[in-house]
Design a protein around this ligand. Structure first.
Ligand code: NAD
Length: 640
């Protein structure tokens, strides 16, 4: 929790945003940490109030960490982004309706995600340096994190003005527009926080507040009402265009930088929300309709690209002529049906997971579960750690009380010994989920022991490698009962993008080793074909061009080409640093031959592949290299 400092100090639950170099931009993990703290303090009689502040003088919080979202969105992982927003919005609603006073001290910039943390409490404090804004339309979003509620409630047409232009409010403006409650000189904040920690009542904040001077926004009310009262964006733009006033020119300049689709949807959303039935839940629900579509159908990826990735500030918006058809807005704000925002308690939060084996694969998988809000207790003999995961002293301790125990271990023998230790410690009805690649016999043996002890067992080896484990895009091939698979499914959805229920216990391992036997054989075939092509004088790029679209194509050729500089990026382009190590391929080929032997299956290609990888790893220089590094081996050899 380096980015945030959460503790109880005297009578105050204290939250300090601690990323001053990044203007305290809110990461997913920070949202989850704040929510967990609020949950813990709700019924804790020792905590009288919550005080939120931030390090540095430039910003309380300049927004959400959109670089992280951009990466996920570019990789097509829209579900990750939707989940981030859903979890963030749940936090915003929690702050809004928290049963204890929530005090926030907002110096410098408070924008976007920062508004969601700082502007929903009971005592929202601003000072001389405060600059509060909702600039989301500039990146292709609409004002969110519950900000649309304040915009809909702001005097006159102030909401439309703030939400579309992204105007930066100073302290009196923020109080006027309803984004803050009290202006207090910043040199008094330290003392006030100390007093709150010592148990002082929050009334002392009201006593310390100064009467704000007239807000510039208040002085602009006539113009704001004149220009921003239109029913739609079109109406607002046409009135602004008819005027030569500086206010109109400045406003048009601001609007010209924003996504037209976002602007039109912002105006529509504020109008729909304004009225006596407005609640934070309604505001967040409507915002979420837009944000959950913003990457795929809106301008969000383009907006982030132009603003913080390429920084060319020349976004290629949809509807760049600012004529947004009403149907386009309706489509972005349509109800989401079963995918609608759910603000009730996250069911996942209740799930306790024990995670044994925090290696290259296990650590990022466990971190993804923790990030999704699960309580994850880990154990690894090498004492490795994973982000958001608490380590236990033994595997049995990590398994005690867990609803699901996941193992991600090197081989079947280790799985069996770990299972012997954890099964007696697991609570009745819990699930043992083995994601390691092991022999079918070990999987079935552990399943039998688990089931006799009243536990469920699912074997669910993965494909997708370390990259897939980190990105949450693994494929799981699962064996075990329907009921066990159903319990594991929500975890598969977090750690991966696909899970196939292959049959009874051991079927997952069977699918995995069959797949990898094909992979080993096709990689060898691809590499020997490249070596032959070289000797025949055939250019590698031409060879790729032909084979990748002819009957010789395969994943090894098309997606993971072993020849450096050919095809999409692969370990060959990184000096064969492993994505999937040759030793792991050898292990999987060994498992397939062991299985073939046990059921009397004829697998000559698999057997030969195993022999070649064994020579490569044990006698040549294959150890520690990617399994595609077998190409240079073929290049060096002749027929004997
Ligand atoms: P790894 O060696 O990085 O991780 C295994 C971890 O298990 C290590 O940290 C080790 O200390 C720990 N461990 C060993 N014995 C233990 C015990 N008794 N108790 C607790 N922890 C113990 O391996 P990895 O790459 O994470 O692979 C894990 C599994 O996933 C393997 O079965 C592998 O075949 C499979 N797999 C790996 C990849 C990949 O690309 N790395 C891809 C698919 C599947």
């Amino acid at each position: 929790m380096d980015d945030i400092n959460i503790r109880v100090q005297g009578k105050a639950g204290r939250i300090t945003l601690a990323r001053p170099k990044a203007l305290n931009a809110l990461t997913y993990q920070m949202c989850l940490d704040i929510e967990a703290a609020l949950d813990a303090w709700r019924d804790d009689a020792a905590v009288a109030h919550v005080v939120i502040d931030a390090e540095g003088d430039k910003a309380f919080c300049a927004g959400g960490d959109i670089a992280e979202l951009y990466e996920k969105g570019r990789a097509g992982n829209f579900d990750y982004c939707r989940k981030f927003w859903a979890d963030e919005y749940r936090l915003n609603a929690k702050i809004f309706s928290y049963p204890k006073p929530v005090v926030s001290f907002m110096q410098g910039y408070t924008m976007g995600g920062g508004v969601g943390v700082g502007c929903h409490g009971t005592h929202r404090i601003v000072g001389e340096s405060s600059k509060i804004a909702m600039p989301e339309c500039g990146i292709g979003l609409i004002p969110d994190v519950g900000g649309s509620l304040m915009l809909a409630l702001a005097p006159g047409r102030t909401g439309e003005y703030l939400g579309t232009t992204g105007y930066r409010m100073n302290a009196p403006d923020a109080v006027f527009a309803g984004f803050a409650d009290l202006q207090i000189p910043q040199d008094q904040w330290g003392e006030l926080i100390a007093a709150l920690e010592n148990g002082a009542d929050t009334d002392l904040l009201t006593e310390a507040a100064i009467t704000a001077q007239t807000a510039p926004l208040e002085a602009m009310q006539v113009q704001i009402s004149q220009f921003f009262a239109g029913e739609r964006l079109d109406d607002i733009l046409s009135v602004l265009r008819q005027s030569r006033s500086t206010f109109a020119e400045d406003s048009l300049k601001q609007l010209s930088r924003k996504s037209p689709l976002s602007l039109a949807a912002t105006v529509e959303a504020i109008h729909r929300l304004r009225g006596p039935s407005l609640t934070i839940a309604k505001a967040l629900d409507l915002e979420y309709r837009f944000t959950s579509r913003a990457m795929e159908q809106g301008d969000l990826l383009e907006g982030i690209r132009a603003t913080i990735i390429d920084k060319d500030h020349a976004p290629n918006w949809q509807y760049s002529d600012q004529r947004v058809p009403p149907i386009a807005v309706s489509k972005m704000l349509m109800p989401l049906g079963k995918n609608a925002l759910k603000l009730e308690e996250n069911g996942m939060r209740q799930t306790k997971v024990g995670f044994i084996g925090l290696g290259n694969m296990g650590a990022p998988m466990a971190a993804n579960l923790a990030r999704a809000g699960m309580q994850v207790v880990g154990f690894d003999t090498a004492e490795t750690r994973a982000e958001g995961v608490t380590n236990a002293e033994t595997a049995a301790k990590a398994a005690t009380d867990a609803d699901i125990v996941i193992t991600m271990l090197p081989n079947g023998a280790i799985l069996r010994s770990v299972a012997d230790e954890v099964i007696p410690a697991m609570k009745p009805g819990a699930l043992l989920l083995d994601c390691s690649t092991v022999d079918v016999e070990s999987a079935r043996a552990v399943a039998e022991i688990a089931e006799t002890k009243g536990l469920s067992f699912v074997d669910a080896p993965v494909s997708g490698g370390i990259g897939g484990a980190a990105a949450g895009t693994l494929t799981f091939m699962a064996g075990g009962s329907e009921a066990g698979f159903a319990i594991a499914k929500p975890l598969f959805d977090i750690m991966g993008q696909k899970a196939v229920h292959c049959g009874e216990a051991g079927a997952g391992q069977a699918a995995k080793i069959c797949n990898n036997m094909i992979l080993g054989a096709t990689m060898i075939a691809t590499c020997e074909a490249f070596a032959l092509a070289d000797k025949l004088g055939l250019d590698r790029a031409r060879m790729f061009d032909v084979v990748s679209t002819s009957s010789g194509y395969s994943w090894s050729m098309n997606a993971y080409c072993p020849a450096p500089g050919i095809g999409p990026q692969s370990p060959a382009d990184n000096d064969y640093t492993p994505g999937f190590a040759a030793e792991l391929m050898l292990k999987d080929l060994g498992l397939s031959q062991q299985a073939a032997q046990s059921v009397d299956a004829d697998t000559p290609m698999g057997a030969l592949a195993q022999t070649l990888y064994q020579t490569f790893v044990e006698e040549e220089d294959g150890r520690g290299k990617d399994f595609s590094a077998i190409l240079p081996r073929f290049e060096k050899r002749g027929r004997d």
